[in-house]
Ligand binder design. Structure first.
Ligand SMILES: [Zn+2]
Length: 234
């Protein structure tokens, strides 16, 4: 292997670590954001359930008031029946009492339906709420862990950058410049192994002559297609 290649590969490995750490650092806030949005969605579902329960109670109350109104009317009609002497009026009142009682019975059925619905929504609400408690605890714990991870990645990154800087300062400036210009467009794969007489980066077949040149390690050999630095894995 060409003498510079060992240190170049070492540098590339350092760059890869820096790249991975940066990637992890950008991934963490996205993950946290996703989890917070999930929590918010759950909270909104619970709030919708609560609102529905409130609406049901309100409807029941309205129906009960309507029934009370009808019942007092029935009493009124009954009292009128006691005081009237006209047969026609008596019968008309009977008819009104009958109608009012029918309406009361319909409204009572509606209340029963609503109570049934309330029972179902309440069950869902209780389930959602109890799930939310454990779910939010778990999510908050995960967020806390991610924040701890983030701190350690940040610390790690600082160290890696410092180490890389020190290591790179020992390089021949021209060689460093060449490596960096390739790495800029091919991060993590500026230096690649020759695999079955092909470039390990772009996979183009190489000439026998170029392969021998890489093997001989007398000079740095670049892929004629993609410009990567080539080496022979020994
Ligand atoms: Zn290539």
């Amino acid at each position: 292997m060409h003498p510079s290649l060992h240190s170049l590969l070492q540098l590339q490995q350092m760059d890869q670590k820096i790249f991975e750490t940066r990637h992890n650092l950008t991934r963490i806030p996205i993950e946290i954001d996703k989890m917070q949005r999930q929590l918010k969605e759950e909270q909104e579902t619970i709030a919708r359930n609560k609102k529905e329960l409130f609406q049901i109670d309100l409807s029941i109350k309205e129906l009960e008031e309507e029934i009370a109104g009808l019942k007092s009317k029935v009493n009124q009609y009954k009292y009128q029946q006691l005081t009237t002497r006209k047969n026609e009026e008596y019968q008309a009142l009977s008819h009104q009492i009958e109608n009012a009682n029918l309406k009361i019975s319909t409204l009572e059925d509606k209340i029963l339906e609503l109570l049934d619905k309330k029972e179902k929504v309440s069950t869902t609400f209780r389930e959602l709420e109890s799930k939310f408690h454990s779910y939010s605890r778990e999510i908050n714990k995960r967020i806390e862990n991610l924040l701890t991870q983030k701190k350690s990645f940040e610390k790690n990154l600082e160290q890696l950058i410092e180490e890389r800087k020190n290591y790179a300062s020992r390089f021949d400036p021209q060689l460093l410049k060449t490596y960096q210009s390739i790495a800029a467009s091919k991060p993590g794969s500026a230096i690649v192994a020759v695999i079955e007489e092909s470039c390990g980066g772009c996979h183009m077949k190489m000439t026998k002559q170029r392969c021998l040149k890489v093997k001989s390690s007398e000079e740095l050999v670049f892929c004629e297609y993609c410009g990567r630095i080539l080496f022979f894995a020994e």
